[in-house]
Design a protein around this ligand. Structure first.
Ligand code: SF4
Length: 82
């Protein structure tokens, strides 16, 4: 499965695009949170992984959050560090 190869370094959080809507945190609070500046940051689950490959649960959560982000601020770059 492709998710076995995805790492946090391959998920770019574009804080310039982020509008702080919080949809990502709502659907995947372990993956993403809105920080004190009102912008997206990695949540405790993804942060704890470091650059280890995402397990299926983390991948599913991250993908769900990216899908609902109204600003396309969560970007999967599958070519990075492949
Ligand atoms: S859903 Fe998108 S715009 Fe909203 S806080 Fe998360 S990354 Fe930012």
């Amino acid at each position: 499965m492709a998710s076995e190869r995805i790492r946090t370094s391959q998920i770019k959080l574009d804080r310039e695009l982020c509008i702080g809507a919080g949809m990502c945190e709502s659907v995947a609070p372990e993956a993403f949170v809105v920080d004190e500046d009102g912008l997206v940051e990695f949540g405790p689950g993804l942060a704890a992984l470091g650059d280890e490959p995402l397990d299926d649960e983390s991948y599913t959560a991250a993908a769900a959050a990216a899908a609902v982000c109204p600003a396309q601020a969560i970007i999967f770059n599958l070519k990075a560090n492949a």
